[in-house]
Write a protein that binds this ligand. Structure first.
Ligand code: HT7
Ligand code: ZN
Length: 849
């Protein structure tokens, strides 16, 4: 298939005013009747043929202005010659048939557990009917659904319904990717919200019978999101009703269809007994994210899919702000940076690196990536830092006023910042077009009371981009005195050329620089400090992120030294710093839990590679364990005390305070297991009244090779709960020892409950092996083989999910030559498979480079 290029964008030749759809639902033969009012686009050259997208449709009839046509569809749609089209506009009518029950790709109209549902982003609407399926064609939709199912939903407001039918009308013009339909035997949790302009909105969360007791938290999160968007961005909801539907089979997290959000059930359903604190936080974040899309994505959408970050980066940034306001900004920022490094830096460092605004794609579904989402959000965070909070808000107000109802570009976005921020941002815009993570090297000089700091930026080549230009990088800086007092409060330097030198005179002593406070830019910082300087920042930095970062750098440096010199214990001063932290009860427990967590195996592999070494997954696994054992032995009494002290009396409260205490308690027990043989973890497993502690304790046991009895108990208790069963599958593989992970994955993939066509279950089993680095990277290649076999099998039924899971191989070039050749062979085996999907073909071709 040919790539699509950003540079080739042309406005649509025809616009659509209204769409009327009738669905006669049937598992194998759903009829879709469409009536679409087209008119020529004044912004396009006249005289075009009408091209409609359509895939896998059986065309029963078609007409223009009532005159029937003998249209001849091809594999991707149909064309009506310009000569057959009335000049001033026309009514297209068609009747097609589709088979939702056979739709395993979960794109278009499909069935999940007896329920009809849709997923149209990015290009799924063309699997429902013929249409110009592109985001810059925005139209008003009216929908009639005919079915005996009791609940029939679509976008917008309900118009009328009767036995066996329902009609919906969406007054807001929207692109087809926001179309949605649901039909099923569902039950609702209902509530309401009064908007700031006094309108009453009905809120429904629809779930399968039996799940209605698990929706309270999602509803609460929805109401808080609605209030927050009014208070912080001045954005009110704009329909009479807001429906959320939970679906078990879903390729991603959730979808922001106008007025009818469809969610993967794992991001809706929660009780204290079945969901962890992390699950509650994900529900809160994703409910908010989809709701916030109502303005940033739906009212203002993307001109084309290259602009995806326009809605996704912004909406991620908004959900991050919301979560910070709901919980703790410091903890949230640390968590976001950990995710960014684990997912986006990893992507940027390998063959799948691409700009936040890519220049070409073969399959757009392959570009719903950490770069477009998370790095996109970082760009907005930087913009806000550069223009200041007030001007940020003014820029957003201007964006909403100027572009409401439009399909926009990154240029539109940058323009509102240039106008409201009063500055030229053309250099900043490079961030959208340039892939790769910039590296900043910091050097210092201290002479005669003059302190000089030099910052140098460099971005390594990425696929298709051998040369990089200097970026505008905001670097937040503070200076600390050796007594732990702050000498210079935070100021933002603008690094806009390869090198920037700043000097500070009349300082009483050589300071300790705290660079990149708050992680002010998505870069890799190289700043050599002595371990006592890091310890000072860990103990005293006024910036909580850099406090965390000092601890993390200490941990990373210790682990690197252990791996490279094959020593089995970290430095005493690292352990002492952790002890101080553990004993400091003034610190937020959630913060302490984060600092106590050693860098993950993948983080160590990436940082070792960045430092010029070839990471050895086995050695990393062994040394990380050795470090944990040394820490556990040295800090056993402190960890045991914390495990006691952080008990939350109940009843369970998902809010940040108790969640932080549980995080620290589980972290303490996890480390402790390396010294006490799992006694504390086993006790916690038995006494736990919530899933966070139960899962945390079981994982701690699994990580030391124990937990078999607890696993059996867990299964007996939870086998009937599909979301908890995912956890049962996943935890065992994730924490399996290196030599056990592959055989265990193979064994569990034969388990009667391994439903590989369900994306959540696939991720819980096959995805979990990829997330166990030492297990996946067995040097005999069995992990690679097993995953490749499954990817090929999944590709035949669900290309989108298969392609997404294939990114597990993206780090292959940083490995040793033996592992590289084993992975290359698997990628080539996949690439050579006849009938490979476009999704998978693009991914493996990019990975093979
Ligand atoms: N905007 C939504 C993206 C999405 C999606 C994309 C491709 C295939 C399936 C999908 N399901 C949802 C979700 C979001 O970012 O809010
Ligand atoms: Zn989104």
């Amino acid at each position: 298939p040919q790539p699509v290029f950003l540079a080739d964008y042309q406005p649509p030749p025809f616009l659509v005013d209204t769409v009327a759809l009738t669905f006669r639902l049937h598992p194998g033969r759903t009829q879709v009747l469409s009536e679409i009012r087209f008119r020529p686009n004044p912004a396009a050259t006249p005289g075009h043929d009408l091209r409609l997208d359509g895939e896998g449709l059986r065309l029963l009839s078609a007409s223009i202005d009532g005159k029937s046509l003998m249209a001849q569809p091809d594999a991707t749609g149909l064309t009506i010659p310009a000569a057959d089209l009335p000049e001033d506009g026309f009514l297209w009518q068609a009747e097609v048939e589709i088979a939702p029950e056979g739709n395993t790709a979960l794109e278009g109209l499909y069935m999940s557990g007896g329920m009809y549902c849709t997923q149209c982003e990015a290009e799924g609407f063309r699997k429902i009917t013929y249409y110009p399926d592109r985001p810059d064609v925005m139209a008003r939709f009216r929908v009639r659904i005919e079915s005996d199912l009791p609940v029939l939903l679509s976008n917008g407001n309900p118009v009328d319904s009767g036995p066996g039918w329902a009609e919906w009308d969406d007054p807001h013009p929207k692109p087809a990717y926001l179309f949605a339909l649901v039909g099923g035997d569902l039950v609702a949790t209902t509530d309401s919200f009064t908007t700031m302009d006094g309108r009453n909105v009905t809120l429904n969360i629809w779930v399968r019978h039996g799940d209605e007791g698990k929706t309270a938290y999602a509803m609460d999160a929805l109401k808080r999101s609605m209030a927050w968007d009014e208070q912080v961005y001045g954005r009110a909801y704009d329909l009479d009703i807001f429906n959320i539907v939970a679906v078990d089979d879903f390729n991603m997290g959730a979808m922001e269809n106008k007025g009818l959000n469809i969610f993967n059930s794992r991001y809706v359903l929660a009780t204290p007994e079945t969901a962890t604190d992390a699950d509650f936080a994900s529900i809160e974040r994703i409910i908010a994210h989809e709701y916030f899309h109502n303005w940033t994505g739906n009212r203002i959408t993307c001109r084309d899919w290259f602009q995806l970050s326009l809605k996704e980066g912004l909406t991620v940034f908004r959900d991050q702000q919301f979560m910070g306001d709901m919980r703790s900004h410091a903890v949230k920022r640390i968590e976001d940076v950990l995710t960014l490094r684990a997912r986006q830096f990893r992507e940027d460092a390998g063959p799948l690196a691409h700009p936040v605004r890519p220049e070409s794609y073969v399959e757009i579904n392959n570009f719903y990536t950490a770069t477009v989402y998370e790095k996109g959000a970082e760009l907005i965070r930087m913009l806000r830092l550069l223009v200041g909070e007030d001007r940020y808000r003014a820029a957003l107000d201007l964006y909403f006023i100027r572009h409401d109802g439009q399909a926009c570009t990154i240029e539109d976005w940058i323009s509102v910042f240039e106008e409201a921020g009063g500055r030229d941002l053309s250099q900043f815009k490079r961030w959208y077009g340039q892939a790769g993570t910039p590296r900043i090297d910091v050097t210092e000089d201290w002479q005669d009371g003059r302190y000089t700091l030099t910052l140098r930026q460099h971005t390594a080549p990425t696929p298709g981009q051998p040369l990089k230009e200097p970026l505008l990088i905001p670097v937040a800086l503070g200076l600390m005195g050796t007594d732990g007092r702050e000498i210079l409060p935070t100021q933002v330097l603008e690094l806009d050329s390869p090198t920037l030198r700043v000097t500070f005179d009349d300082l009483p002593e050589r300071p300790v620089a705290s660079v990149l406070r708050g992680f002010s830019a998505p870069v890799i910082l190289h700043h050599k400090l002595q371990s006592d300087e890091r310890a000072l920042l860990l103990a005293h930095d006024t910036d909580p992120f850099n406090r965390f970062e000092a601890g993390r750098s200490l941990a990373r440096e210790n682990l690197h030294a252990m791996v490279l010199q094959q020593t089995t214990a970290p430095d005493q001063n690292f352990i002492d710093a952790l002890r101080v932290l553990l004993r400091d009860d003034t610190l937020d427990p959630a913060f302490r839990a984060l600092v106590l967590r050693l860098p993950e195996q993948d983080d160590l592999a990436a940082s070792l590679h960045e430092a010029g070494h070839t990471p050895d997954p086995d050695m990393i696994y062994d040394m990380r364990r050795a470090a944990q054992t040394a820490i556990a032995r040295a800090l056993e009494p402190d960890l045991a005390r914390i495990a006691q002290q952080m008990e939350t009396p109940g009843p369970y409260d998902p809010a940040a305070r108790d969640a932080g205490r549980r995080a620290l308690r589980v972290q303490a027990v996890t480390i402790l297991a390396h010294a006490d043989g799992g006694t504390a973890a086993a006790a916690l497993f038995q006494s736990a009244y919530n899933m966070t502690e139960q899962m945390g304790a079981w994982a701690a046991l699994l990580a030391i090779g124990a937990g078999e009895q607890e696993g059996a108990e867990f299964y007996r208790h939870w086998a009937q709960d599909r979301l908890v069963l995912d956890k049962w599958f996943m935890a065992q593989i994730l924490h399996a020892s290196p030599d056990h992970a592959v055989p265990l994955t193979d064994e569990l993939s034969r388990h009667a409950r391994f439903d590989w066509k369900n994306p959540n279950r696939f991720r819980a089993v096959i995805g979990a092996l990829g997330a166990n680095p030492a297990g996946f990277h067995r040097s005999n290649g069995t992990g690679y083989q097993l995953v490749a076999d499954w990817l090929l099998r999944l590709d035949g039924v669900n290309p989108q999910a298969a392609a997404r899971n294939s990114a597990v191989f993206e780090t292959w070039r940083r490995l040793d030559t033996n592992r590289q050749s084993l992975i290359r062979a698997e990628l080539q085996r996949i690439a050579g498979n006849p009938g490979l999907s476009r999704d998978m073909a693009e991914m493996v071709a990019r990975m093979l480079g």
